[in-house]
Ligand binder design. Sequence first.
Ligand code: TRP
Length: 346
Amino acid sequence: MSENQKEANLPIAPFPKNVVMSGIRPTGMIHLGNYFGAIRNYVRMQDNFECYFMVADLHSLTTHPDTSLLKNQVKRVIAENIACGLDPEKASFYCQSHVRETGELYLYLNMLAYKGELEKTVTFKDKVRQHPENVNAGLLTYPVLQTADIILHRASHVPVGKDQEQHLEMARNFVVRFNHRYGTVFPEPHAFNFDQELIKVPGLDGTGKMSKSENAYSTLYFGDDNDLIRKKVMKAKTDSGPTEPNSPMPDYIENIFQLMSLVSSDDVIKKYKSDYDNCSIRYGDMKKQLAEDMVQFMAPIRQKTNDLLANDEYLVKVMKDGAEKAGNSARKTMELVRNAMGLNYF
Ligand code: TRP
């Protein structure tokens, strides 16, 4: 690359168009919130973009050094995501640890990341609070590894939730620093979601949203059997019902309608909405209906997941194919990186 090119900030090689990359932590089972918040978005993107979806098994070592459960968890996440519609033929679906170039890029990026900014990261501070006995350097440089994941494919579009905003901002800073120092290799990655508005999946206890860490009874996991799904839905908070026509809805009732809107038919929703408005609503019936519609929606995904988990050969093939596709993309990028950095002595 000429000095002129560097000065003009021209890309060393044209940026690939609209590459999508995201990582999925292999800790815990996926739930309804993951489905509507993330996976459904991935499934739509895979038809329109070059997509890389990765199981972040190395990231999980920062907090879960015991790897004895990891193998099964990795396979479960892969099976669950495929059961939800992710298609390994369309997207590259791979494990972080199978693409060794990630480690190399992470090393280079670590020289561009400052201790001060890493220590200020909100997720780092949270982890320090939760695990004061294991504040390791991997935890500190978690956002650096995440940046390596993303830019290894020169991706610009990163479908993630709000909680990852700061990591993406840091990724952009590392990219700007790299490009400035060594030449413009990487596009700046941004959070990207297919829908403008992210779908909210409220918890069943009337507060907050469904999430792994919240009270397990408020979250519907795809691993839950039908009876557990019914039990959880029936326990959702209600009251004795409105006494005045067209009353405003309390949050916890609105949440039940919101959950219905995800899995029930329009007719069903209309019926309960009008029952609410004319004060004839029976929440017991409404929850029974929601429970059945939820079972209808979730049971086939659970079944598909179990079928996939029983087919180890297939899961291994998915991992190998994914590693190959992601590896090809990674090797191309690392050529550019080493050349730009001048790590090419012969
Ligand atoms: N840190 C992300 C999370 O906690 C997971 C992740 C790892 C990721 N690497 C990534 C997300 C790359 C987007 C892009 O959910």
